[in-house]
Design a protein around this ligand. Structure first.
Ligand code: TXA
Ligand code: MG
Length: 326
C-alpha cells in the first residue's frame, strides 16, 4: 500500500505516525482525539504539563481552531508559513485540554515538508506532534534517529530524508500587547524583528507558567556536554583538563563540537565541525546529528563551542546551553 495512505489510515484509527518536517521529525496523532494524543505522551514518556504543537496545512484551517488571530501575528504567518514558525493563539474548545496542557492558547504551525503537507491535506483533522524523541533527549533529524529510539512505539515512520532546518520552530505569541518570542528556533530573531519591529524575548524555563514545557534541562545527550571554556595554551601543555565537576579528563577521552575549526589534541574522529565556512543554517542542520553521534562514542565528555550570538547562532547556543544544563 502507498505509505501516505497507510499513514492516513493509522492516524484515522487513533494511532501514532512519525512524520518528517523541515525542523525535526515529529511524533504525530489526531489532535482532536484525546485518546490518540495520550499515546504521544506515553510513547515519549512526556509529562502531561508539556503542551503539544498542532500542525496543519493552510491558514484557513488555523482559523477553525483559534478564537482570535492578532493581525501582527498574521503578518508573521504570511511571511514565514509554511516554515519553522509556531504561533500561540487562543484556542477553541474543540482542541482537547491534553494538547495544550490546560492552557488557553494552542501552539500552531504549518510545516514545510512536502510529504507531511501532502499527508495533512489528506486528513480531515490537524496533527498534534512534538519532536519524535524520548522526553528530554536530542530531537531527531532523520528517520533513523526516530527508529533507534521510538521504533518499537510507533507503527509507521515516514522517511522524508534529513531535516533541512535541523532545529525546532521559533515559538511566538502576543502577550501584554507585545510580540513575544518564547523559544528561539529556525526563524531568527532578526527575521521576526524585520516584520514586526520590537519583540519581547521571554527566556524559557520550567518556572515560566506560560511555557511549562520549555524546560531548561532539555535537548540533552547522555554524556555530559560542557560549554568549552578551556584555556587552549594550558590544555596543549598539559594534554588534559581539570573540570570542576568531572575531574581530570585526557584529550583522548574528549569529543568536541565546534563552529568552524577543530580543537587541538582531541582525536579528529571525535570532533565535528558544524560549518567550515561559518554558515549558521548549515550549522543548525548538523547540530543534533553531531550531538547524537558524539554521544554514541567511547568518550567521557563532549566539549561544545558557542557560536556568535546572532542569526541562528542564538538558537544553536540556546540548545547547547540546555544540553549542558544537565
Ligand atoms: O519544530 C517544531 O516545533 C517541532 C516539529 C515537530 O514541529 N516540534 C516541537 O515540538 O519541537 P515539542 O513538543 O518538542 O516542543 C514544543 C514546545 C513545547 O516544549 C511547549 O513548551 C511549547 O512548544 N508549547 C506548545 N504548546 C504551548 C502552549 N499552548 N503554550 C506554551 N507553550 C507551548
Ligand atoms: Mg521536543
Amino acid at each position: 500500500m502507498d505509505t501516505l495512505l497507510q499513514a492516513k489510515q493509522l492516524l484515522e484509527q487513533g494511532e501514532l505516525v512519525a512524520i518528517p518536517t523541515e525542523t525535526v521529525y515529529g511524533l504525530a496523532a489526531n489532535a482532536l482525539n484525546s485518546e490518540a494524543v495520550a499515546k504521544i505522551f506515553q510513547a515519549k514518556n512526556r509529562p502531561n504539563f508539556d503542551p503539544l504543537i498542532v500542525h496543519t496545512f493552510e491558514v484557513g484551517q488555523v482559523e477553525k481552531f483559534v478564537l482570535d488571530f492578532p493581525p501582527i501575528l498574521q503578518k508573521l504567518a504570511e511571511k514565514f508559513w509554511a516554515g519553522p514558525l509556531t504561533l500561540l493563539l487562543p484556542k477553541q474548545a474543540l482542541i482537547p485540554d491534553l494538547v495544550t496542557a490546560g492552557l488557553d492558547r494552542v501552539a500552531v504551525r504549518i510545516p514545510r515538508h512536502p510529504i507531511t503537507l501532502a499527508l495533512l491535506k489528506m486528513l480531515d483533522f490537524p496533527l498534534a506532534a512534538p519532536s519524535a524523541n524520548p522526553f528530554g533527549y536530542i530531537s531527531p533529524t532523520t528517520a533513523d534517529h526516530v527508529r533507534q529510539q521510538l521504533g518499537n512505539k510507533v507503527k509507521l515512520i515516514l522517511d522524508g530524508g534529513a531535516s533541512q532546518v535541523g532545529i525546532e520552530s521559533t515559538i511566538v505569541g502576543f502577550e501584554n500587547e507585545q510580540v513575544t518570542v518564547y523559544r528561539l528556533g529556525g526563524i531568527s530573531l532578526e527575521q521576526i524583528v524585520q516584520v514586526v519591529g520590537k519583540v519581547h524575548v521571554k527566556p524559557h524555563s520550567s518556572s515560566n507558567p506560560n511555557a511549562p514545557g520549555m524546560l531548561e534541562n532539555h535537548y540533552a545527550p547522555r554524556k555530559p556536554l560542557i560549554i568549552n571554556e578551556l584555556n587552549l595554551n594550558q590544555f596543549i601543555q598539559q594534554g588534559y583538563w581539570e573540570f570542576e565537576k568531572w575531574g581530570k579528563i585526557n584529550a583522548e577521552d574528549m569529543a568536541a563540537i565546534s563552529f568552524s575549526q577543530t580543537m587541538p589534541l582531541i582525536p579528529l574522529a571525535q570532533q565535528i565541525v558544524l560549518s567550515p565556512t561559518r554558515q549558521y543554517a548549515e550549522a543548525a542542520q548538523n547540530l543534533f546529528a553531531a550531538m547524537r553521534s558524539l554521544d554514541a562514542m567511547n568518550i567521557k565528555i563532549i566539549l561544545a563551542e558557542l557560536l556568535p550570538e546572532e542569526d541562528l547562532g542564538r538558537a544553536i547556543n540556546d540548545r547547547l546551553r540546555r544540553a549542558a544544563a544537565k
